[in-house]
Write a protein that binds this ligand. Sequence first.
Ligand code: HPA
Length: 275
Amino acid sequence: MQIYEKLEKCLKSVREKTDFVPKVALILGSGLGDYADGIEAVATIDYHDIEGFPVSTVAGHKGRFVFGHVEGVPVVIMQGRVHYYEGYPISDVILPTRLMGLLGAKTLFLTNAAGGLNPMFNAGDFMLIADQISSFFPSPLIGENIDELGPRFPDMTDLYSARLRDVIKSCARSLDIPLREGVYMQLTGPAYETPTEVRMYRQLGADAVGMSTACEAIAARHMGLSICGISCITNMGAGMSGRPLSHEEVKEAGDKAAPLFKKLVTASIAAIARA
Ligand code: HPA
């Protein structure tokens, strides 16, 4: 099926279930998964119940949209995302992002778990995403341009809005939550990087690496959304800590950081809506 037709079909399927119009779209990374359980939900839709929708295969990743309010702000939350390494075409990986844009969201708030490459970082840190590198990842916009969504050659300057970054920084300051800032690099995974790759990516300008987010930011920017994102640094990059990496370690660190992360996300959403 053509990409846009599939998207329209998913939109119709969601609209048959709710007419909720979100202002902010929030994508939850590992560790933040249960954030949506704590909000005032108006409607929830399982990804399984949306015809043609890509469904995550990673253990521990829930798959549903939660519509509701965070501090009075209408939001749609993606509780669980699909990753390219699961085998979906890249157009499917970013379909949910596009769908949230078509539902009316004007701002995309991205969160993820990431490996820290900047030697000043520590596991447990939060990093405001200042910019990204997706040069080692297929562009989600390859193929015939979908003119209904955006232009063929979208600009990527100020991809992570400086205005939104200022808002989030000031939230973090008032909550007394230390916040780093840096460049996020998306790789395909699913293998973690080698220590040599970690050194290479660091030299290329990455402060954190992960397996999501950058493609979603590109798709959202294509549609003209404002974008912001925060990474939870769950571990230092391969070879930096002297210990091998494990998904369990990443999940544990994400869970541990979750309470503060949630606080920061909630305050940021409220402030973004006011800004
Ligand atoms: N590398 C890639 N993705 C990740 C990492 C990492 O070290 N940690 C969490 N997601």
